[in-house]
Design a protein around this ligand. Structure first.
Ligand code: NAD
Length: 493
């Protein structure tokens, strides 16, 4: 149909005269086996391009390139020099912002305007670290007149970074910004479903960073992610992805005693108190769960509504769900694109089936929209009411545009249900009572709490999980600490 024609043209425009190879030691290289795999446009199920199917030997090559950079001039740079390089890189990337947005939209199905907003957000994170990297200081420890004891913050060395496909460039920037600002060299393994923008940002760093400072290795998790996270010569690991993969990464890290930051999944609650501004609460919840077709680690996927306002809330949320413009991500005005892959489509539609079987009431969506969109991995914005917190749809991360609604009658009950999850990435509250907001913010077991808003991460605000949602924090000045180690120097005068 016309969507497919539109996409084939856009793919041609985005990929002609470009290579999407690995980027190692400042040059484009194929996998040592020369094998490749295809990345698919999820709106039309058409291959975009092929990227290297890398293995352990390619990872070795990238890690030694990074080590070489640490041993070379990069290892001697000052924070000010790195800041200048990062700014120059951001300027170059900003000149290519439209191209990057198109690649990200084609690769994972984001509406083009959303992709453009996310590219800008990623650049803001890099800029932020260009600034705060210069502000990092050690401490001086008082001992005695003759003793001079102070601390230095030193980069770890080679950082192995593994990222998922839901926010490819934003999540890469969360790692690259602090890692590079602190003076590390990086080997980045993008997700197999979203290899494109990482490749371009690495290519566009050429002649800005010394060769080997930023390396990108493509491939499947087991074949290239696992060798990277188990590599003896990697000094620090930072992983974003599913909790079960996080377990494997932590086990690999354990064998080398490599420090590891884990940003994992969530099943985040959003509590609507009876005094809430319902219009605002519905807008916040809908934006949180349906943005990026529900593929957000911090999506507010369990709404707990006070019984007095339950009916009105559900009516309004159904209306909001049905108002989404589901369609071609490249067409202006589209607010909901497809899921990022067929695997994700199968998983999400499987959960819709599960919700029905478990006895939840489907009040909106649930289907593939059909028509022009039948070849893409689209699912309508979906809402289940009468959800019990023991149901699988309330306990497991669906990672799709599926909201679940439960009711409560007392504050204690709301907090108990909200915290009854193995995850703890985020939580939301809707209330006009400031005391209640602060009380609930303290009682909720989550790394981020949003009050009368949801999901926006500010560059300065640390982000990360309680419980099974992870270890460590990204964003903010906290993240810099995770890419440096402290040395205490004791001098006797
Ligand atoms: P995933 O765990 O399947 O894959 C993530 C990355 O890990 C990919 O690059 C993959 O190739 C790689 N990988 C897979 N197996 C590996 C292994 N054995 N060793 C090393 N690397 C391996 O996750 P996904 O499906 O791509 O992403 C979705 C998940 O990410 C969701 O659970 C979501 O909540 C989570 N997420 C968390 C955050 C956060 O900041 N907390 C942000 C976004 C997404």
């Amino acid at each position: 149909g016309s969507i497919e024609k539109n996409h084939r043209e856009a793919i041609e425009q985005a990929t002609t005269d470009r290579t999407f190879a690995n980027w190692i030691d400042g040059e484009a290289v194929t996998a040592s086996t020369d094998e490749t795999f295809e990345t698919i446009d999820p709106a039309v199920s058409v291959p975009i391009t092929a990227v290297p199917r890398s293995g352990a030997s390619d990872v070795d090559r990238a890690v030694s390139a990074a080590r070489g950079a640490m041993d070379g001039e990069w290892g001697e740079t000052t924070a000010a020099e790195r800041s200048r390089m990062i700014r120059e890189w951001v300027q170059t990337l900003r000149d290519h912002a439209d191209e990057l947005a198109l690649l990200e939209s084609l690769d994972v199905g984001k509406p083009l305007a959303h992709a453009a907003g996310e590219i800008e957000k990623a650049l803001e994170f890099l800029e932020y670290y260009a600034s705060v990297g210069r502000a990092q200081e050690g401490t001086q420890v008082p001992v005695s007149e003759n003793s001079h004891v102070y601390t230095r913050r030193e980069p770890y060395g080679v950082v192995g970074a593994v990222v998922p496909w839901n926010f490819p460039l934003v999540l890469a920037s969360w790692k690259l910004g602090p890692a590079l600002a602190a003076g590390n060299a990086v080997v980045l393994k993008p997700a197999e479903d979203s290899p494109l923008t990482a490749t371009r940002v690495a290519q566009l760093s050429k002649d800005i960073f010394p060769d080997g400072v930023l390396n990108v290795v493509h491939g499947y998790g087991e074949e290239s992610g696992a060798p990277l996270t188990a590599h003896e010569d990697v000094d620090k690991l930072s992983f974003t992805g599913e909790d079960v993969t996080g377990e494997a990464v932590m086990e690999s890290a354990a064998s080398n005693i490599t420090p590891v930051t884990l940003e994992l999944g969530g099943k985040s609650p959003f509590v609507v108190f009876p005094d809430a501004d319902l219009e605002q609460a519905v807008e916040t919840v809908a934006g949180g769960i349906f943005y990026n077709t529900g593929q957000s680690c911090d999506a507010p996927s369990r709404v707990l509504v006070h019984e007095d306002v339950h009916e009105e809330f559900v009516d309004r949320l159904v209306e909001a769900a049905e108002s989404y413009e589901i369609g071609d991500p490249l067409v202006e005005g589209t607010t909901l694109g497809p899921l990022a892959s067929q695997a994700q489509y199968d998983k999400v539609t499987g959960y819709v089936e599960t919700g029905r079987d478990e006895g939840a009431t489907l009040v909106a969506g649930g289907d593939q929209p059909g028509g022009d969109l039948e070849d893409g991995w689209f699912v309508e914005p979906t809402v289940f009411d009468d959800v019990d917190n023991d149901m699988r749809i309330a306990r497991e991360e669906i990672f799709g545009p599926v909201e679940t609604i439960n009711t409560f009658s007392t504050y204690e009950e709301a907090i108990e249900i909200a915290n009854d999850t193995e995850f703890g990435l985020a939580a939301g509250i809707a209330t006009t009572d400031t005391d209640l907001a602060h009380r609930a913010a303290a009682d909720l077991e989550a790394g981020s709490v949003w009050v009368n808003t949801y999901g926006s991460t500010v560059t300065g605000g640390p982000f990360g999980g309680y419980k099974r949602s992870g270890i460590g924090r990204e964003c903010g000045q906290d993240a810099l600490e995770y890419y440096t180690q402290t040395k205490t120097v004791n001098v006797e005068l």
